[in-house]
Structure formats: structure tokens, C-alpha cells
Design a protein around this ligand. Structure first.
Ligand SMILES: *Cc1c(COP(=O)(O)O)cnc(C)c1O
Length: 530
């Protein structure tokens, strides 16, 4: 059993690390309940269509390779000339749903995106075969166009930026975050002591990275709270007007709050940027598709914003590691680099002129590509080509439905919504029906729940007699349920994050019931001690 001293130690580690400890406890829970882990955000669904298409491309790629060299398992290379016609002959759209999808993609790529089919098919085929270093290293040419249109369609809410945006596909959103921070620092765009704003509670890396020694940034907290339905209120957003503020890091829709910024907040941010034109904004929009008519800060402030997106959540692709960084061709990061002093330019020239002739002309996004491989390996940088093509195929599942509803995205929203409903019904907990609620996660506050069910004295007793982590620990070791501690994300004590992504839908009622069962155990102890 875990005692109070252990609990104090546990409270000091990160939310994800606490969760791992809770898993061990929950598997051996004392009530003999089934072990249920709703701590992690990994979805328990996957996108079928794009994966099947990947597999068909691979089969075709092998046939193509056999055309040039064929000696047992040693086969050759592919040829550009006529490749799209050979691909069309290979496909059997009348009898095969996946082939029909691929035909639709070809039609879309040619007619809607005006791409040259032989070149796209060659890029796709070589990409899935993985026979060439990524070239260009930042992103494959046709893939960039496809991903740009996908991001525009799902995140920009009608603002046209696809042709003005440059992309760098990365090993998941995680690598996108790491690369961004690293290059911001290397290029002296953020320095120790700089003031940065963060919308808390927030996905832990955004809290942890800025406090690591090499940054020592001063955080300005743009907090959202349960009382406010996890929205940042207008007064708080005004903190962005501070002229000393260098950067604003946000997750939108938020994690753990699961809430997208509303139009008022977006307008406030736009105003703040007018007052503070050199503000650097980093927005992580991995949950954007879970909100109807989502609008990213990038589409409101394209010059100032770097956007991070990941295919992990919507497409159930965490093992692939598929993320992307998007940055406008005209952007504040390049402007700030140009404004550095001569001495700083000299230092940066020494850093980058190992790999480029004219460092001054090197864009921030290309600096990220170089930094991601410690400069020296710039020429072999870039996301693996099979991964880039997988991103293109996931994007195409959405793009080919054009102006109609994307049934896959709708199905994903419906699924998390059902789980949200089940959990809240079992707990009889106040729901947030705002259209900005992604419902990918729920935050349940134990003190709030305690007060509602058993009154203020009981709530105060819980707060005074137990470590804030005690409920989470007991929920694991007694009831077999793992949730995530909200405090690790910068939320209030008692806030627990339930992921609606990773368990069968029927389990969410059980999670609600087990939370109430444990709360009742505490209440019985409280009554005995009265
Ligand atoms: C899950 C998550 C990520 C991680 O994305 P990966 O592509 O799996 O690395 C990034 N940001 C936020 C806010 C997330 O919740």
C-alpha cells in the first residue's frame, strides 16, 4: 500500500510518469475489478482506408520494381515514364473499395490540385518503398501540397493559406514540439529570462520544456478553469498585450481541458498581435478535428504563428509517429532572425554554414530541419518517406470528400461524444455542451463532486485529511481505474483527466460508477470520524 510519504513523492513527478505507477497498482486492485486505464490519450480506433491504400501502393511498387531488375528477391527501381497509367491498369476499382478510393485520389490530385500524375504516383510509390533518402529533405514536393490542403480544410475554417504555407513533416507532434523549441533557442529567438505565455492546464511537455535549465523562461499563465468551462477569459487573454512578452505557446483545443478558443478569444489574440507585432505564437492543434468549424490561431495570425499538427489522434496512428510543422512563407521568426545583431549573425553563420552557403538567407523552417539532425546531417534529414506518404494518404481520405461531410471525422466525434455522455450520466456530473468542447478528454474535479454529493464539510475533510493525489492512488489500487492527475498539467488540485479515446464505450459508465464507489468509501470513513 502507498502511504502519505510515497504520495508526496509521487506528486512531484510528471503526470505521465504518475500514470505509469498507477497502472501497476490498478492491475492488482484490491476489489478485484477489471483494470481500466483511461489515463492515456491513445485512441482505440484506427483509420482503415488510408492503411489499405498504403498496402496497395506497396504491392504496386514491387511490381514496378520488378520491371527494371528481377533476380529473386532482388528487384530494381521504378521509372517515371508512364507510371500513372500502369498504376491505373493495376487498380481494380470496380471490385475493390481501396482501389476505388485510390482512383478517386488520382482524379482529385489531377483535377483539384493540378498535380502531374506521373510525378505524384512516382513520389507515392518510391515513398512507400522507402528506397531513397527524403528529397527535398524538408518535405516531398507533392506531399507538401496535399498536406497543405488537408490542414487548410480541417483547421483554417475557410481562410485560404494553403499556397502560402511551408511544411516540415516530423516524427509525430512530439518531435515537432522538440524541434521548434530547439531552433527557437539556437537562433536566439527565446533566451533565458524571456517572458512566455502558456495556456494552462496544458500537455506536460509545454510545462516541462520551458523550465529545463537551458531555457529558464518566465511563464505568464493564461489559465482556464472548470468554473469557466475551461475557457480562457477575456481579461486573461489581455496579458498577451504585454510588450515584453516574447512568445505564446498554446494547445488548441486544449489538453486536458479539451476546449477550443472561441471567436472572442481569437479576436483578442489578433488584437494583441497588432499591439505586439513581434509576438511568436506556437499553436498545437492536434485535436482540431474534434470540434465543429474549428479555427486555428494560425489562420487568424498567419504571420506570427507556427502550427503543430499530428495524425496520431484522429487516425489512430501513434505508432507511426506522424506530425507536421506549418509556417507561413512570410513569418515573424524569419523577421526576428534578420533583426539579430551582426555579432549574433556571425555566431549563427558559424553554426549553419557547415551546410549552406548563405546562412542569412536560410529560413527558420529550414533551420529547424538542419537542427533536427544536429546540422551536420542536414543532407539526410527529413521524415522517413513511408511516413510522409502515410500522412498524404490520411489527408486524402478527408480531401476527396470535398464539400460533403467527412463520415470518418464525424464517426470519431460521435465515438468520443458517446463516451463523454456515458461518463457524465454515471457521475451525474455537469456537462459542457458548448460546440467548442472537443470531448476528447473530460476533467472531473473530485472536490467538486464530493461537495455536490455529500456537502461542504465532507469536501473540506477530503481536502484537509488527504494528499490531493490520494484519490487517484486509491482509484487505482482499490478500484482498478487509472486516470491522469490534472495537477501535473497545471490544473487545480482534485482535477482528474479522463480520456474518452482509449477504452471501449461501455467502460465509461463503469469508470463513473467506480469513482462514486470510492467517494462513498471516503464518505463512510468521514462519517465514522464525526
Ligand atoms: C497527443 C499529443 C501530442 C503528441 O502527438 P504525437 O504525434 O503522438 O507525438 C502533441 N500535442 C498534444 C497536445 C497531444 O495531446
Amino acid at each position: 500500500m502507498i502511504n502519505k510519504t510515497d504520495e508526496k513523492k509521487i506528486e512531484k513527478i510528471g503526470a505521465f510518469e504518475i500514470s505509469e505507477k498507477m497502472v501497476e497498482l490498478a492491475k492488482e486492485n484490491t476489489k478485484g475489478n477489471p483494470y481500466l486505464n483511461a489515463g492515456r490519450g491513445n485512441p482505440n480506433w484506427i483509420n482503415r482506408k488510408a492503411r489499405l491504400a498504403f498496402s496497395r501502393l506497396l504491392e504496386f511498387g514491387i511490381e514496378e520494381s520488378e520491371r527494371t531488375i528481377s533476380d529473386g528477391d532482388l528487384v530494381g527501381y521504378t521509372e517515371l515514364d508512364g507510371i500513372s497509367n500502369r498504376f491505373i491498369s493495376f487498380l481494380n476499382p470496380n471490385n475493390n473499395e481501396t482501389d476505388a478510393f485510390l482512383m478517386t485520389c488520382l482524379d482529385y490530385l489531377k483535377n483539384d490540385l493540378s498535380l502531374t500524375l506521373d510525378e505524384v504516383v512516382k513520389e507515392f510509390v518510391d515513398g512507400v518503398l522507402g528506397n531513397l533518402y527524403p528529397s527535398p529533405n524538408r518535405v516531398l514536393n507533392n506531399t507538401e501540397v496535399i498536406l497543405n490542403h488537408y490542414l487548410q480544410s480541417v483547421l483554417y475554417n475557410g481562410v485560404d493559406l494553403a499556397n502560402d504555407t511551408t511544411l516540415f513533416p516530423t516524427e509525430g507532434g512530439s518531435a515537432a514540439i522538440v524541434y521548434t523549441f530547439q531552433s527557437l533557442r539556437e537562433n536566439k529567438l527565446i533566451r533565458p529570462g524571456d517572458k512566455i505565455a502558456i495556456n494552462t492546464p496544458i500537455f506536460t511537455p509545454y510545462l516541462q520544456i520551458p523550465v529545463l535549465n537551458d531555457y529558464e523562461l518566465v511563464e505568464v499563465d493564461l489559465s482556464s478553469k472548470e468554473e469557466n468551462n475551461w475557457e480562457i477569459d477575456a481579461d486573461t487573454i489581455q496579458k498577451l498585450n504585454d510588450p515584453e512578452l516574447k512568445a505564446f505557446f498554446l494547445v488548441n483545443p486544449s489538453n486536458p481541458g479539451s476546449k477550443a478558443l472561441n471567436d472572442t478569444s481569437l479576436a483578442e489574440i489578433k488584437k494583441a498581435v497588432e499591439n505586439n507585432p513581434d509576438l511568436m505564437i506556437i499553436t498545437d492543434d492536434v485535436y482540431g478535428t474534434f470540434v465543429d468549424d474549428f479555427q486555428t490561431v494560425y489562420s487568424v495570425c498567419p504571420f506570427n504563428t507556427l502550427l503543430v499538427y499530428s495524425y496520431s489522434k484522429l487516425f489512430g496512428a501513434t505508432g507511426w509517429r506522424l506530425g507536421v510543422i506549418a509556417l507561413n512563407k512570410e513569418n515573424v521568426f524569419d523577421k526576428l532572425i534578420a533583426n539579430l545583431s551582426d555579432e549574433e549573425h556571425d555566431q549563427l553563420n558559424k553554426r549553419y554554414n557547415l551546410v549552406v552557403m548563405d546562412t542569412q538567407e536560410m529560413s527558420f523552417i529550414n533551420r529547424m530541419v538542419a537542427d533536427s539532425r544536429s546540422i551536420g546531417l542536414y543532407h539526410i534529414a527529413g521524415l522517413s518517406t513511408p511516413s510522409q506518404i502515410m500522412e498524404a494518404l490520411f489527408s486524402l481520405t478527408h480531401l476527396v470528400v470535398k464539400n460533403e461531410e467527412d463520415s470518418y471525422i464525424e464517426a470519431s466525434k460521435k465515438l468520443v461524444n458517446e463516451r463523454y455522455e456515458n461518463l457524465h450520466a454515471a457521475l451525474n456530473y455537469q456537462k459542457d455542451e458548448s460546440e467548442k468542447n472537443a470531448k476528447y478528454y473530460s476533467m472531473i474535479n473530485i472536490y467538486h463532486l464530493a461537495e455536490e454529493r455529500y456537502g461542504t464539510d465532507f469536501k473540506n475533510y477530503l481536502m484537509e485529511h488527504y494528499e490531493q493525489i490520494d484519490f487517484l492512488v486509491n482509484l487505482a489500487q482499490k478500484n482498478g481505474i487509472v486516470l491522469m492527475d490534472g495537477v501535473g498539467f497545471g490544473a487545480d488540485p482534485g482535477d482528474l483527466r479522463v480520456s474518452e479515446a482509449n477504452l471501449p464505450t461501455k467502460d465509461y459508465q463503469q469508470i463513473g460508477l467506480q469513482i462514486l464507489d470510492l467517494l462513498n468509501d471516503y464518505y463512510q470513513t468521514f462519517k465514522k470520524n464525526q
